[in-house]
Design a protein around this ligand. Structure first.
Ligand code: NAD
Length: 316
């Protein structure tokens, strides 16, 4: 095993897909068995699609699939030299995962979090060897986004940082070091992009108009289509995390519209409904726009699966 991934959702499955196509043996784990199956299925489907579209040969497809393993028990990750946590954006959950990983994995294993905003120092406090813990922040969709923010916590060893940078390069990504401050760089800068868009929506301008205008202004995606891609729950959790980390700084205040959408289960593409509706939920994790959580100026924008219906289709 080269890499273990804890959390088989949007990001865990995305990183798994990239890693196996580069020949790393990956074990995917999720606390929810159905989510593990869905995550693995998403990887199979994406690889199949890639083969049909000529992006990888049948031999490459089969070789990649042979690298993917699933684990129903966290104890099965004991042999992992490198573990990426991609569980929900919640400090208590992440701390618990790192405490369990500390019991299960070798003391020398590198343990990284894909958190979008939470303090790596705080997450590492749950681990037995905080020097081996770092942040490794991938962007969504992982196959399309080359940036990875690499974050050292207060106690992170330089050797750990070097191992994370090396893993990012092995995955074909471009690692950039960021400080352990709320939201790091990209998600901090991007908070007002979402917050002001939500306020404009509340004042009566529809989402499709805002998205269209922002694209016309040069952004690769508008804020609402980007929130649908990220997941409304994930985007809301990141905003809350940054707001709380800055002790209630009004600039980062979350908007009730997002709280209401989360309560309604309108989480964006992954549930088939968010600011837009998606006619086929199986496309919810497709390869539409190449952007990441909080990333308003990413690389390119392909018109693939899961594309929003466009004007006049805003849900709120
Ligand atoms: P997601 O909701 O799609 O997936 C999270 C998965 O974690 C689910 O499958 C869930 O069953 C599983 N899970 C819950 N509790 C767990 C536990 N204790 N142990 C193991 N698995 C558990 O979320 P996501 O969008 O993949 O986000 C995961 C992390 O990546 C978050 O920290 C998020 O902030 C970050 N992130 C998200 C994006 C994005 O655009 N969605 C981009 C960059 C980073």
């Amino acid at each position: 095993m080269d890499l273990a991934i804890v959390g088989a959702g949007t990001m865990g499955a995305g990183v798994a897909r990239v890693a196996i196509t580069r020949g790393l043996a990956v074990t995917l784990y999720d606390a929810v068995p159905a989510a593990l199956e869905r995550g693995a299925q998403r990887v199979y489907e994406a690889l199949g699609r890639g083969m049909r579209r000529g992006r990888l040969s049948a031999a490459e497809h089969d070789a990649a699939l042979a690298c993917l393993f699933t684990a129903r028990n966290l104890d099965d990750l004991a042999a992992a030299p490198f573990v990426l946590e991609a569980a929900p954006e919640d400090l208590a959950i992440k701390r618990e995962v790192f405490a369990r990983l500390s019991e299960v994995c070798a003391p020398g294993a590198v343990l990284v979090s894909n958190t979008s905003s939470i303090s790596i120092t705080a997450i590492a406090a749950g681990a037995a060897h905080p020097g081996r813990v770092a942040g490794m922040h991938f962007f969504n969709p992982v196959p399309a986004m080359s940036l990875v923010e690499v974050i050292a916590g207060h106690l992170t060893d330089e050797a750990t940082v070097a191992a994370v940078m090396a893993m990012a390069r092995r995955l074909g990504k471009t690692p950039v070091r960021a400080k352990d401050t709320p939201g790091f760089i990209v998600n901090r800068v991007a908070r007002p992009f979402y917050g002001e868009a939500l306020r404009i929506l509340a004042e009566g301008t529809d989402a499709a108009t805002v998205d269209r205008v922002m694209r016309a202004a040069g952004f690769k995606m508008g804020p609402f289509e980007l929130m649908d891609l990220i997941g409304i729950d994930v985007n809301f959790a990141v905003t809350r995390s940054v707001y709380e980390a800055f002790f209630g700084e009004p600039r980062y205040r979350p908007h009730p519209i997002q709280a209401q959408m989360v309560a309604a289960g309108a989480l964006g593409r992954k549930t088939g409904r968010g600011f837009y509706s998606y006619d086929d939920a199986s496309h919810a994790q497709g390869e539409g726009h190449a952007q990441g959580e909080g990333h308003a100026q990413g690389e390119g924008q392909s018109k693939g699966d899961g594309q929003s219906k466009g004007d006049g289709d805003a849900q709120r």
